[in-house]
Structure formats: C-alpha cells, structure tokens
Design a protein around this ligand. Structure first.
Ligand code: 9D3
Length: 240
C-alpha cells in the first residue's frame, strides 16, 4: 500500500512513523509512506494556506487550491488515483471494520486540515471519504491521520510478524481483553489467580473467555451486539 499525507506539519507525521510496527512495515515495503507539505502546493507569493471566511465570523478557513493542487500533483506520479480521505470531526467515526476496509485500497491520500475549518469544496469535490477518530476536539488532523495509519498498517498482511497473535485477535475481536499476568506469582501481597499458575489448559481457556465476556458486559456492553459469540459464550453470559 502507498499512503500520501498532506499536512502543514509534515515533520510531525514523518517522525511519528519511525517507530514500532509501522516502522517495520515501512522497512519491509508493506507500505510506502510519503509526506507532503501543503505549503509546497500554494501558488501565491505569501504561500497562504488559509483565509478569512466568506460571510464573516471568527477564525480562518483553509483555502481549497493547495489541497486540489496537492492531490492533482500526487496523482500525476502513479496510475492509482488513490482513495482520498479528509480527516475531519464531521466524518464517519473510525472503527475496526472501517480500518479493515481501508486495507483494500492500493493507495490512500490523507488530507490534514488545521485552523477552524476547511473550504467546503475540498470536502465535496476532492474527498472520497471523511473520517473522524472520535468525539473529542483536536487542534488539527495530524494525530487523527496517524491514528488511521496505525490502525490500517498493522492490519496489512505480515505487518505484525506474528501470525499467532493475529489469529488470536480475530477470535477475540469485538471483546475486551482478559486479565494477564506474568511473574512474580505474588507481588506486594497481590497474587496471580491460582488457576493460571496451575496451568490446566482447558480451564484457563474457559476462564479467559469468561473474563473477556464479563469485562465487556460490565464496561462496554455496546460491543457485545456486534461481537461473534459462540454457544459457549451465551452459556457463560447466562451464568454472569
Ligand atoms: C472552532 C472549531 N470547531 C468547532 C468545535 C471545529 C473544529 C475544526 C477542526 C474542531 C477541531 C478541528 C480540528 N480537528 C480535526 O481536524 C480532526 C478531528 C477532531 O478534532 N476530532 C476527532 N477526529 C478528528 S479528524 C480531524
């Protein structure tokens, strides 16, 4: 996959992708990330990327031309026109299903806005999709773009370098995690559950499933409706 990011803070994006799984995916050529400075696509002498809003009111609005120019220019160097995503608080909210869908594109073009907003024509005529990362206010779209990239890139085949944990993940997808422990068996009077220390595999498997279901029921009951539940799960939920 190729990901182009357009932002007025390109270094923020470029620095953040140099860590962990995302970095490894880049090194292994699973993803090619290219970051572009929006200011390279302005065409006035002052390189203005924002302007006062028509109709008045507070704040500045990001101008349309630099975004259109940037996408036009990026499209010239590949046959894949890419799927253009505008990161915006007004977008569909990112979730695991949407992240999975995004892995199907050969190329993503992420547009980051700052300031109060962006000229509506970018949204209408340039973006194929508008994505938010949740209901809280950020100062700009860069961190949202990084969140989208992280969620998508880790899904790209092999990016984890650990097929076992991907398989495990699909099994528990949609549920919260069960409690985990490592040594020491007792730390400052707090003991690891006996059953885990004893190591009876079938007992442990059922306990973990029960814990995951219990936790999800208590903390995020909304997740249960979309989780894939087995007959055993329903039996466990009945006991809870
Ligand atoms: C006066 C500003 N706003 C009213 C509350 C609108 C606004 C515009 C732009 C608020 C924040 C931003 C900057 N945020 C993003 O660009 C953004 C975002 C977010 O703030 N929350 C969750 N997801 C996203 S994706 C992009």
């Amino acid at each position: 996959m190729r990901i182009d990011v357009v932002s007025i803070f390109p270094d923020l994006i470029a620095d953040a992708v140099r860590y962990g799984i995302v970095h490894r995916a880049v090194e292994n050529d699973l993803v090619n990330i290219a970051v572009h400075n929006l200011r390279d696509y302005c065409h006035d002498r002052h390189c203005q990327v924002d302007d006062t809003p028509y109709g008045g009111g507070p704040g500045m609005v990001m101008k349309p031309e630099p975004f259109f120019e940037a996408v036009r220019s990026l499209r010239a160097d590949s046959t894949d026109p890419g799927h253009v995503i505008l990161l915006s608080p007004q977008g569909q909210v990112l979730n695991q299903q949407r992240a999975r869908e995004l892995t199907q594109h050969g190329r993503l073009i992420l547009l980051c806005a700052r300031y109060e907003g962006i000229d509506e024509r970018v949204r209408e005529a340039l973006a194929d999709q508008e994505l938010s990362i949740g209901d809280y206010v950020l100062s700009g779209a860069e961190f949202a773009a990084l969140v989208v990239m992280d969620a998508v890139i880790r899904l790209l085949a092999g990016a984890l370098g650990n097929e076992d944990s991907t398989a495990q993940e699909s099994h528990t997808e949609g549920l919260l995690e069960y409690p985990q422990y490592t040594r020491p068996a007792v730390y400052e009077g707090m003991a690891v559950p006996d059953l885990l220390v004893r190591g009876h595999h079938e007992e442990i498997r059922r306990w973990r499933r029960q814990q995951a279901l219990k936790r999800t029921l208590q903390r995020r009951p909304d997740l249960l409706s979309s989780a894939e539940l087995t007959d055993e799960d329903w039996e466990i939920l009945g006991e809870l």
